[in-house]
Ligand binder design. Structure first.
Ligand SMILES: [Zn+2]
Length: 137
């Protein structure tokens, strides 16, 4: 027997993929409204009754991604340019693909809810209606 919770979050991001061929249009700065489904298996806290508080998860994810430009930290020219005109940037140690963002969100939840009794975290990130990545562990 297992208990799962799930919550959906939508964030607006700009991004580009670093060091991909120039003919790949993902090398150009562009935007998405990412849809993120967070599914968590665990046991509720005996006091609060929550596995984790949805509100805290949503605030965590939104604070990192929403209305930010998400870039590979090696994309220094773009990062410096955006910061010089006071644009918010969220740097990742890898390209900001759906695949990497889903794993990154998994890591954020794992690191920020260490006291929660979590068995499995499954993160699905839709870049658009037809394309998504899922990370589960
Ligand atoms: Zn994209």
């Amino acid at each position: 027997m297992s208990l799962w919770i799930e919550t959906k979050i939508e964030v607006a991001i700009a991004h580009r993929q670093y060091n991909v061929p120039c003919e790949d249009k993902c090398a150009n700065l562009h935007g998405h409204n990412l849809k993120i489904l967070i599914e968590i298996e665990g046991e509720p806290d005996p006091i609060t009754g929550y596995i984790i508080d949805f509100k805290e998860v949503k605030e965590l994810i939104k604070s990192k991604f929403d209305h930010k430009t998400v870039l590979n930290q090696r994309d220094e020219t773009m990062i410096d340019t955006l910061l010089s005109i006071n644009q918010p940037v969220y740097e990742l140690p890898y390209n900001p693909t759906c695949e990497n963002i889903s794993k990154h969100i998994w890591d954020l939840i794992k690191r920020n809810f260490v006291n929660a009794d979590i068995t499995t975290i499954k993160i699905t990130v839709w870049e658009n209606r037809d394309s998504k990545a899922t990370y589960i562990s």
